[in-house]
Ligand binder design. Structure first.
Ligand SMILES: Nc1ncnc2c1ncn2[C@@H]1O[C@H](COP(=O)(O)OP(=O)(O)O)[C@@H](O)[C@H]1O
Ligand SMILES: [Mg+2]
Length: 453
């Protein structure tokens, strides 16, 4: 029979859809075995569910704390159903009335009476909490699905979880013959299955509800964070957004750990990530362990020490040393140098600082550099440009120049002496012109050789 088909009939579209695959097809398991009453088997994994059927009274601790903190693979699912307060109070009052009558008529055996008295008191308690303390009543359901790679492991884990449940004053049952329903209730489908609902339903008041609060895991999770690693206690993933200023005062971090824990690995990872984002980085490296990273990322490796052939002249004034639009190159530099000499000479008093400052100004003046920022520019010798260019390292004074100035003045002889190692002795690498570029994004200062001082 030849079918008459129109070009855009809905049937035609449907037919095409049937020949395509959706995203769901990619996540479907290849098989689900529901034949065993004790567990479900999905793609070589075994799943078995527990339903929690009772909670002892007076439980003020967090109910789920040890379940959430464990590293056992499991799904935990909770349902809360809020009940209508007005209706509940009416029903309770009716129940209390009925049981009250039963209690008064003594024509029952003692065991029954005890049971009636128990529910009677319970109902009275709940009604009082709702009427006097403004609490609300909920139905509460708790499902736990444990999963493992083998039946033996599953059994072991189930026992462990049952122990934890009991230690928190809860009672559980294995959902035998109802594995599928319990499994479905414990995955995020918002489906509290009728078949298991009846068994797990429990009354809970607002105050009791607090104890079921689940978001207590000691994990760190910032929504826009970057994956740092796994929490060793509960295997949860740790994501941190250091730049979340609402949460953290600043983005500083410090890394602690036993040796071999992975501190250096993580630091290098951070360096790589920052480099990929084009962030300028400075590293002070006392262990000489960042040389490879530096070379591979095309950074500048500055060895600081007697055997080094890379030098930075501390007297250098660089164009970038003050913010654009700002003024006062020399003033800013002298401030920093006083700080440096304070370390070299030991604590200086105000008078000594003033004398030193005078000498520093003189030192720069000899090179034609003054407080006038114009003095830091010079005519381009190669005449490539007509405009003036910033003075280079060669145009700056060196430690030696200061040394000679201090030598000439009897007031500053003591300073001069302290400078001898820096000019003539073991530390004379401080007395060199800068011979490296500092405009790369990664600068590593290797201070390995300075450690023994
Ligand atoms: N996240 C990780 N993944 C793989 N290997 C790692 C990881 N963290 C560290 N390592 C390895 O563990 C070893 C020790 O790490 P390291 O960073 O040198 O430790 P630490 O600096 O804390 O003493 C190194 O061989 C490193 O490659
Ligand atoms: Mg290390």
């Amino acid at each position: 029979m030849k079918q008459k088909t129109e070009k855009n009939s809905p049937n035609k579209v449907l037919e095409i859809m049937q020949g395509t695959i959706s995203k769901k097809n990619n996540i479907y398991p290849t098989y689900i075995n529901l034949n065993n009453p004790k567990h479900i088997e999905i793609e070589d994994k075994y799943f078995s569910s527990l339903v929690v059927i009772n909670y002892y009274h007076e439980q003020n601790d967090l109910l789920l704390k040890n379940l959430i903190d464990t590293n056992i693979n499991m799904n935990l699912s909770m349902f809360y159903e809020k009940k209508d307060t007005y209706k509940m109070i009416r029903e309770l009052t009716y129940h209390i009335g009925n049981t009250g009558v039963d209690l008064e008529s003594k024509n029952q055996n003692t065991q029954d009476i005890e049971l009636v008295a128990y529910t009677h008191n319970d109902a009275k308690y709940i009604r009082k909490q709702m009427q006097v303390n403004n609490e609300e009543l909920y139905f509460f359901y708790l499902y736990i699905t444990v999963f493992a790679n083998s039946i033996r492991e599953l059994e072991y884990l189930l026992n462990k979880v049952e122990g934890m449940i009991q230690s928190k004053g809860m009672q559980s049952r294995r959902a035998y013959f109802r594995q599928e329903q319990a499994f479905l209730s414990a995955i995020p489908l918002m489906q509290n299955h009728e078949d298991v609902k009846q068994v797990t339903r429990r009354n809970i008041l607002t105050s009791g509800l607090v104890a079921t609060y689940p978001f207590i895991s000691s994990s760190l999770f910032d929504e826009n964070g970057i994956y740092i690693g796994n929490n060793i206690y509960n295997h949860s993933l740790v994501f941190i957004d250091r730049y979340n200023s609402d949460k953290y005062k600043n983005a500083n971090i410090s890394i602690f750990g036993t040796s071999g824990a992975g501190k250096s690995f993580y630091t290098k990872l951070l360096i790589l990530r920052n480099a990929m984002l084009g962030i300028k980085q400075y590293i002070i490296d006392p262990e000489r362990e960042y040389e490879n990273v530096c070379n591979n990322l095309g950074g500048t490796f500055i060895k600081i020490g007697p055997t080094s052939n890379t030098h930075i002249n501390i007297f250098d004034i660089r164009k970038e040393s003050i913010e654009e639009e700002e003024k006062g190159y020399l003033a800013a530099k002298i401030g920093k140098l006083i700080g440096f000499f304070n370390l070299v000479f030991g604590e200086m008093d105000e008078e000594e600082k003033a004398i030193l400052e005078e000498k520093l100004i003189e030192c720069y003046a000899k090179k034609g550099i003054t407080f006038d920022d114009e003095s830091l520019f010079k005519q381009d010798e190669n005449k490539v440009t007509i405009t003036k260019i910033f003075k280079e390292s060669r145009d700056m004074p060196r430690l030696e120049d200061l040394y000679h100035l201090l030598e000439q003045d009897p007031k500053t002889k003591v300073f001069k002496t302290k400078l001898i190692p820096f000019v003539k002795g073991s530390l004379k690498f401080f007395n060199e012109y800068t011979n490296i570029t500092l405009d790369t994004d990664l600068i590593v200062a290797d201070i390995y050789e300075m450690r023994r001082r």
